[in-house]
Design a protein around this ligand. Structure first.
Ligand code: KPL
Length: 302
């Protein structure tokens, strides 16, 4: 097994299919035997942005029955709150030189990542692409975006050669040694888009409407101040521009938080607006707008 993707959600399926199509030997590690069996039998089908459809064969297994052997690269594509549950899976699949890429939204997984992977080859990935899971082996690519990969603070500063092959894929994917800035920018994007779309049941593009302007500015301002306190310098104007760009690029997409809400699943609000509010409290920085959004999403979830 060369590349393992842990997580059979929208982004896991999308990346699994892309890597398989680009010739990477991919094994999807998913939660249930039945999802694994469907992927093995039918492959992964992707509905592309242009409306076309393609299917690619892929290996798959349930996390409870992992194949023997270690992976060269592992993409950890589960939600923040599911990281503890996949700890043994990561341990079983990796050796010292395995490239482990963590693709979580929000903030707060740094400590978990540290415990999970004390290796020199630990990377953080950030993406603003939109995807919607249509079935256990079917995904729609709903928004173009950008993807960055960078070293976890104590990891090697250079990309591993195996990772460089990723650069050759057709998608925009780039190496950024300053990945923490990207993570905080993405956190600001999620702090704006995710709760607003989930509370109002609207696609991402709707948040581009002028009626959200004041709210967006307040969320960004709080997030930038907290980031600075954490030692990450963000420029509010640049963050605002990025937020608007992601809204445009993923206009048709249903945010992950809206998708979770619709399926009755727990959202990542505690790791998104909740993380900003928690860190704000730590530094004595008021974050009333992020705190209020967290409360409203939690009320709606309940
Ligand atoms: O990351 C996302 C999410 O939905 O969680 C965005 C970028 C907002 C795309 O939908």
């Amino acid at each position: 097994m060369k590349t393992a993707i842990i997580g059979g959600g929208a982004l896991g399926l999308l990346w699994g299919a892309r890597l398989a199509r680009a010739g990477f030997p991919v094994t999807m590690i998913v939660r249930t035997q039945s999802q694994a069996a469907t992927i093995k039998k039918m492959g992964i089908t992707v509905q592309s942005l242009s409306g076309g459809e393609w299917t690619v064969p892929a290996e798959a297994c349930a996390s409870s029955s992992l194949p023997a052997g270690k992976a060269d690269s592992v993409f950890v594509m589960v939600k923040q709150m599911d990281l503890p549950a996949v700890t043994p899976v990561i341990a079983a699949l990796t050796h010292e030189e395995t490239q482990v890429l963590f693709w979580q939204n929000g903030w707060g997984h740094g400590e978990i990542v540290k415990k999970l992977s004390a290796q020199a080859c630990t990377y953080l990935a950030v993406t603003t692409e939109g995807a919607l899971r249509l079935g256990v082996n079917q995904v729609a690519h709903t928004g173009n975006g950008e993807t960055w990969v960078g070293p976890y603070p104590d990891s090697r500063r250079e990309p591993h050669p195996a990772l460089e092959r990723l650069w050759q894929l057709e998608q925009k994917i780039a190496w950024d040694p300053d990945i923490l800035v990207r993570i905080w920018e993405k956190l600001a994007v999620n702090c704006v888009i995710n709760p607003l779309t989930a509370l109002e049941d609207v696609p991402n593009g709707e948040v581009g409407h002028p009626r959200y302007e004041q709210m967006k500015r307040a969320i960004i301002e709080e997030t930038v101040r907290v980031a600075r306190a954490e030692g990450v310098r963000l420029d509010p104007a640049a963050v605002k521009e990025r937020v608007e760009r992601v809204i445009r690029l993923t206009a048709r997409n249903h945010s992950s938080m809206l998708q979770d809400m619709k399926r009755g699943r727990k959202t990542e609000i505690a790791h998104i607006n909740g993380a900003v509010a928690e860190l704000g409290a730590k530094w004595g920085i008021p974050t009333p707008v992020n705190a209020e959004l967290m409360r409203r999403v939690q009320d709606k979830e309940a």
